[in-house]
Write a protein that binds this ligand. Structure first.
Ligand SMILES: Nc1ncnc2c1ncn2[C@@H]1O[C@H](COP(=O)(O)OP(=O)(O)OP(=O)(O)O)[C@@H](O)[C@H]1O
Length: 752
């Protein structure tokens, strides 16, 4: 490249391409005297370093897909669209309230996408660009049929002319912005489990392993294949490796369509460049690739094929990426010298570019959106191509400003140009219509033969794989030394506090024993409930992502998750129960011990189910914690230890407390058939035993005739009938909470 060419490239906002053998001095000028001493600089632009990617097969012609976006608009609820009283919390309405006008005139829905359209052919990469909040992620999620339920969408996205069916959705790769991966799994395990679940069941295990190897090699992940993904507390692979693992996760199924949300965020420009080159190469294999991209470097910008530039939900440009500068230039907005083209068009979209003595930034933005919408009206699906469409630009300018780019367009409202749809104010009726359009569009639909090999792995294999993975994912959590130490310290401390106190057959000792039994149940229940509460929302996000890719049945995930809890959740509590039981001196018979053990474990499982249920229904961990604390405290307080003699109007709450039933059971196992002695001296109920092993020989002690009354218990510790009833009710609680939890999960993933 000569100096003239270099100058041109700079004007076009592109980086300098320095051919091999050419060197530049620090002042940027060719300097022959440095030829021998300096290294040769070579930047790869538009040239894909495919490396090992050639291992990944191309998409056969019959599986190639054309994606079409047909006038997609979207609305989301406003923050203040809750119950009417919440509008009082809105500072914007305070003045009105003081003026005794309690009407909140804010629209309940806000439009975030305005009639976006376009078409992407196999072999193309479409980049969705735009400033923050312009609607890139929303548009991508609508294209991938992953839009949030509360988003009301109209228009449609078609795949080879048909809506996205569940079956096709399983052939779509979707890489989320925040790389949802299990932190405790290694790269190899992550891809291995995904392959086992996603690849067709007809494929042999060896072939699946080979596919994993291929993907690892293709994405240059060999160096970290045995490294854990890591997270906030445990350092693992780097950001770039994490991103590549996420791409690999999708690449395993060799998808015909890939959607990627901000794949370059957090990456340095070189790594980001390689990732984009990789996507380019994958597209060339017959795929459609749609990626959002926030702030591309000039090198990355050069690699993009097609660009859809969004500005506040409107399309500002759609067409060849390398023609975008020409488009804006022809409309009167020339790329300034030494400015990166990507920065410039983002500035235009952000209303940051004004013309001297003409339009301000916002007027410029509206003007350009209007130009784009006029172009789209004429070419509904095709993007702009300078070579064939440049004449249209004159027409557009004629129409909008009579050929002068400096005529103010402040009166132009792009929303009006788009036709509007009545939702700007409060169009509940229209929202309903949008729902129907979205459903008719088939994004949640299912094709007739969908059950035939709908899932990669068989149900039995899904259970097995998910069970193994679930155990692996928590290998650092559940058996951590800290966790065991914490439980053992508490067990030994409580053992010391109640040291052999339960051995004496006196009323005082019985009171202490009730305290010990209550503590044993309550501590483990609290612990299990809060562990379940905090771990599940994390799993749920992962499950939503994986279910959206059609990796497994919900029931397989659910049962595998529950089964995988058992070995880990029983071991440490078992140690706890053993220590507390024998240090506290509870009844030394095998029957009493195992009855106590199973009752405590059962109550612990009920608490865990309650935690899972709250965690499922309330995704926000802080809110879930608040609910869980209130519910657990209500159960503990009505459980029969702290408060007795509750008034009837509130006393019935004890029947909802699983602790009430569990305590009733362990008291029965501890005291049934035992004679407890009371002191005859007035004003005290304690005895001084002359012979502790046989209280009956102490003359001042007498057997208690009614233990329930003496100990002020809510249930009779000698009633076998009550104990059996309690056991059934606890089991009922367990089943009820687990079934409810399953249906809560199902409703969360409905339509996926
Ligand atoms: N569920 C939602 N509830 C309310 N507003 C929403 C919701 N989803 C998206 N929005 C709004 O829609 C607009 C577009 O959001 P979106 O995340 O699509 O933007 P983006 O271009 O991807 O931004 P970024 O680059 O910052 O990720 C934003 O104003 C956002 O606040």
């Amino acid at each position: 490249m000569g100096i003239d060419e270099d100058q041109k490239a700079r004007e076009a906002g592109t980086p300098r391409v320095v051919p091999s053998g050419t060197s530049y001095g620090s002042d940027g000028h060719r300097n022959a005297s440095f030829l021998e001493r300096t290294h040769t600089v070579k930047l790869q632009i538009g040239q894909t370093d495919i490396g090992n990617l050639s291992i990944i097969e191309s998409i056969p012609p019959n599986k190639r897909v054309v994606v079409q976006i047909n006038a997609v608009s979207a609305h989301v609820p406003n923050f203040f669209s809750g119950p009417s009283w919440t509008s009082k919390l809105n500072p914007a309405t305070w003045r009105k309230s003081s003026a005794a006008t309690p009407v909140d005139d804010r629209p309940t829905m806000r439009q975030i996408l305005f009639g976006i359209q376009g078409r992407i052919e196999p072999g193309e990469v479409l980049a969705l660009m735009g400033p923050s909040g312009s609607g890139k992620t929303s548009l991508l999620s609508i294209m991938g049929a992953r839009a949030q339920k509360l988003m009301k969408v109209s228009g449609s996205v078609t795949f080879n002319g048909a809506p996205l069916t569940k079956r096709l959705k399983r052939q779509v790769g979707y890489v989320l912005q925040d790389d949802l991966l299990y932190e405790s799994l290694t790269v190899e395990e992550t891809l291995g489990y995904a392959a086992a679940l996603r690849l067709p069941r007809e494929m042999s295990a060896a072939d699946k392993a080979k596919r994993v190897d291929d993907v690892i090699t293709a994405l240059s992940l060999e160096g970290c294949r045995k490294t854990v993904i890591g997270g906030f507390f445990r350092k693992g692979i780097s950001g770039g490796e994490r991103k590549r693992t996420s791409v690999g996760h999708e690449l395993l199924i060799n998808p015909s369509i890939m959607f990627l949300d901000e794949p370059t965020s957090g990456l340095d420009s070189t790594t980001a460049m390689h990732l984009l080159q990789m996507l380019q190469f994958l597209a060339k294999g017959g795929r459609v690739i749609v990626t959002t991209i926030h702030q591309p470097s000039s090198r990355i910008y050069q690699t993009l094929d097609n660009l859809l530039l969004l500005s506040q939900g409107h399309c500002m440009y759609h067409g060849k990426a390398h023609h975008a500068v020409d488009w804006f230039d022809a409309l009167g907005y020339t790329l300034p010298y030494r400015v990166n083209a990507a920065d410039f068009i983002l500035d235009l979209a952000s209303a940051d570019v004004s013309t001297e003595g003409g339009r301000d930034g916002e007027e410029t933005r509206k003007y350009l959106v209007s130009c784009s919408e006029l172009f789209m009206a004429k070419h509904p699906m095709e993007g702009f191509d300078f070579d064939t469409d440049k004449e249209d630009l004159h027409e557009i300018r004629e129409k909008l400003d009579g050929g002068s780019p400096d005529v103010s367009t402040s009166s132009l409202d792009p929303v009006d140009l788009n036709g509007g749809n009545g939702l700007e104010k409060n169009g509940q009726g229209s929202i309903k219509a949008l729902h129907v359009v979205a459903e008719e569009g088939g994004q949640g639909g299912e094709d007739a033969n969908s059950n035939e090999h709908r899932w990669g792995a068989s149900y039995k294999d899904q259970l097995k794989i998910l069970f193994q993975r679930s155990i692996r994912t928590r290998r650092f959590q559940n058996f951590s030394v800290q966790d065991i130490a914490q439980l053992m310290v508490i067990a030994v401390l409580s053992g010391l506090f109640w040291l052999q106190k339960a051995q004496d057959d006196t009323l005082l000792s019985a009171r202490n024993t009730i305290g010990l039994l209550f503590f044993e149940i309550m501590f483990l229940a609290f612990r299990m409930l809060f562990v379940a509460l905090f771990t599940f929302p994390e799993e749920q996000r992962m499950m939503l992502k994986e279910r959206a890719s059609g990796m497994y049945r919900l029931s397989a995930f659910y049962f595998a998750r529950l089964m995988s809890d058992w070995p880990m959740d029983f071991t440490i509590p078992t140690l706890f129960i053993i220590v507390v039981y024998f240090m506290g001196g509870l009844r030394y018979t095998a029957g009493a011990f195992f009855a106590n053990y199973f009752t405590v474990i059962l109550s612990m499982l009920v608490a865990q189910s309650l935690g899972l249920l709250i965690g499922t229904m309330v995704m926000n961990p802080k809110t879930a914690q608040t609910y869980a604390t209130i519910i657990m405290l209500a159960m503990v307080l009505t459980g029969g230890f702290f408060v007795v003699g509750l008034a009837d109007w509130i006393g019935w709450l004890k029947y909802l407390s699983f602790i009430y039933y569990a305590l009733g059971m362990v008291l029965y196992f501890e005291f049934q058939g035992r004679t407890i002695y009371s002191c005859m001296e007035q004003g005290t109920d304690t005895c001084v035993l002359t012979n502790p092993s046989d209280p009956s020989t102490s003359p001042e002690c007498t057997p208690v005739t009614n233990l329930q009354d003496s100990l002020q218990l809510l249930q009779d510790p000698n009633s076998q009938g009550e104990a059996i009833r309690n056991g059934f009710i606890l089991l009922g609680f367990l089943i009820f909470f687990r079934v409810w939890c399953y249906y809560a999960l199902r409703s969360k993933t409905a339509g996926l």
